[in-house]
Design a protein around this ligand. Structure first.
Ligand code: HEC
Length: 158
């Protein structure tokens, strides 16, 4: 069922992005346009028609099989979650450091914003991923809608 929904989301967003003249992305990903904003790569256009939902995004952030963001990041407002990693910086106030376009780029592929060496995974990418479990081979970690939901949630962390 989940796979079905994902396929529909891709088909819908593909039609949109193609109409806008974007290049098709490799690996069956929805095409998206990366542009430099204030000298740093960003993705200004949402990957889906449906706006991101912050409450759903919070669930993806804490889900160990999806975002697992708390494996590396601290978020003070999520006090109920027991495990908060310290590999990455605290995400408290992250919305005042980055706008939605840059947050989307960071979630899709943080290498564009940080360095090739970043340990943060690219959540919407299929090539160049290491240690991918067999069931996830050839699929991005998050769907386009999950990316948008996570971005919507991150923009609430002021
Ligand atoms: C394996 C560890 C790891 C995971 C998992 C991870 N990150 Fe990160 N993240 C980092 C590191 C490390 C940085 C700092 C950039 C760098 O030095 O590479 C970072 C930076 C960031 C930043 C920029 C923070 C700032 O203040 O500039 C955001 C936003 C972010 N991560 C969001 C997320 C989200 C959302 C998730 C889950 C979907 C996630 N990260 C999962 C390691 C991780």
């Amino acid at each position: 069922m989940r796979r079905h929904i994902h396929a529909l989301a891709i088909a819908g967003a593909c039609a949109l992005a193609t109409a806008a003249g974007a290049e098709p992305a490799p690996g069956g990903l929805v095409p998206f346009k990366i542009v430099a904003v204030d000298g740093t790569d960003a993705i200004p256009d949402p990957l889906t028609d449906k706006p991101g939902d912050a409450a759903s995004g919070a669930k993806v952030v804490v889900n160990r099989r999806q975002g697992n963001c708390l494996g590396c990041h601290q978020i003070s407002s999520l006090k109920t979650e027991s495990f908060h990693g310290e590999v990455g910086p605290s995400l408290d106030g992250v919305a005042s450091r980055w706008d939605a376009a840059h947050l989307r780029m960071i979630v899709v592929n943080p290498k564009h914003v940080f360095s090739e060496a970043t340990v943060m995974p690219a959540f919407y990418r299929v090539d160049g991923l290491s240690r991918v479990r067999a069931e996830f081979q050839g699929k991005p970690i998050l769907t386009t809608q999950q990316v948008e939901d996570v971005v919507a949630y991150l923009t609430t962390l002021k």
